[in-house]
Design a binder for this molecule. Sequence first.
Ligand code: ADP
Length: 486
Amino acid sequence: MVASECAPVAKVGGLADVVFGLSRELEIRGNAVEIILPKYDCMRYDHVWGMQVAWKHLAVPWGGGGIDCTVWFGFVHGRKCFFIEPHCREGFFERGAFYGFSDEADRFAFFTKAALEFMLKSDKRPDIIHTHDWQTALLPVLLYEVYAHAGMPHQRVCHTIHNFKHQGVAGSHLLWAAGLLDPGKYMSGDRLGDDFDPNTANFTKGAIAYSNFVTTVSPHHAWEARHSDQGHGLGHALFMYQDKFRGVLNGIDYEMWNPEIDRLIAHPFTAAGFEFKRTNTVGLRHRLMLQESEKPVIAYVGRLDPQKGLHLIRHALFHCIHNGAQFVLLGSGSEHAINHDFHQLKYHLNENPDCHLEIGYNEELAHLVYAGADFVIVPSAFEPCGLTQMIAMRYGTVPVVRSVGGLRDTVFDWDHSDRPRSERNGFLFEHLDAGGIESALDRALGLWHGNRAAFEELATNCMACDYSWNHPGREYVSIYEHIRHK
Ligand code: ADP
C-alpha cells in the first residue's frame, strides 16, 4: 500500500480507515502487506511501535538533482509501515498539518517517486502495489515509464479513487522533475493531459490510463462517476477504460465497532438482547443532559462540510424537535464560517432539553451516540461510500439517508425496497431538499411511535447486515489475482 494516510497515525478521513482496515484484512487472508507513508511531523507517533531507521541516505532523483531521504520503519497496531523522510529545503512533510499547502502536487509527486525508489533499492518486489487517491496516482505512470526498465518489470498496480473532486493537477515541469522527460508524450489526451486544460497534467487521469485496475469505493458511485457530473470531468477516461474500472464497497472495522464488547458505550448489547440498547439511550441522554422522555433520538455524526447536506441537517434538527423526537449532533468542520454557524445554532438551542449539539471531533462520544440513538441521518449531496450509516447499523441504529453513492448500496428502504422484508434496513429519500428529508423522517418517526415491534424488527435487521471487510477483502484479492497474471 502506498498512501498519504493510514489510521490512526495519519488520519484525515475515510481514506485512512480503508488503508488500515484493508491491509489488516489482506494479512488475515495470508498476504504479506507493507504500507509506505510520508513521515509527517504531525503524525500520532504514540501509535507507532518500535520506530527505527530502515534505510539511510536513500538518494531520490528529483528535478535534475536528487533529495536525500531517511526511511523509517515501525508497527502501527500490528501493520508494518515505512515512513519516508526527505531532507530538503522545502520540508515537504514538516508543516504541522497533513494537507493544505500551495505545493501539494510537488510534495506528493515526490513522495510517490521516493516510494518507488525505496522499493527498487531495497529489493522489494511486491506482486501488487495498491495506490490511493491523487496523492499517489503518479505511481503507475512512473512504474511503467521508468521503474519497469530499471528492475521492476513484474509489479502490477491497483489504484483506488476515494474522492473524484481532488485529482492532482500540475504543469509539465513537475513530470519532468519526477523523471518523465518527454512532456509532449505524457501531456497527450490519452495519457495525463487534462480533458479541460491541455496544458495541465492530471495525476488521476494518469492513474486511470496506466493502472492495471482502478476502483472507487462503492458500485453506485462507480456508476455516478461515469454517468453524472460526479466524475468531475473524468467520465470519458473512465468510459475508455471501463473494462478495468469497478466499484468495491468499503468495509468498517468490526473489532473497533462492536456493541457486544465496546467499552466506550454504557452497556454492551446484541440483537438477541436488544432491550439493553435502551440503557445506552439513557446513558447518552445523561451524558448530553437531554431530558428523559418517551421520544426517539435522531443523530448526526460527521464532518460539517457542504458535501454532507448542511442545510438538511439543520432542517432535520428543527423538524425532529417539533415532531416528537430528540436530536443530537456530533460534528466539526474545517471551515471557520461553518463551525461558527453551528456554534450559533447551539447557543440558540442551549435551553432546549430535547437537543444537543457537540461541535468538535470526539471518537469516544461517537461510540455512545451510535449505541444510544434510534436513527442517524446522512443527507449528503454526494457520498462516495459513507461509513457512518454502516457503523450505525452495527449498533442497531436505523439510517435515514439520501439515495446517493454508497448510501444507496448499503441502505434498503423499509417501505419501498423490492428486497425481502428481512433485508430492509432504513429509510431513503431522493431529493436534496426539505421535502425529501421530511418524507423519510416522517416515515421513520411514524414507525417508531406507531409500531414499536416493527421498529425493533427493522433495527435488528440492521444488526444482521455484514459490512465488515470480509466481502470487500475477498473482492480485492480477486482483483489482485486477476491483474497479477497479466
Ligand atoms: P468522510 O470520509 O466523508 O468524512 P465517512 O462517513 O466515510 O465520511 O467517515 C466518517 C468517519 O469519521 C466515521 O467513522 C465517523 O464516525 C467519524 N467522524 C466524523 N466526524 C466525527 C466527529 N466529529 N467525532 C467523532 N467521529 C467523527
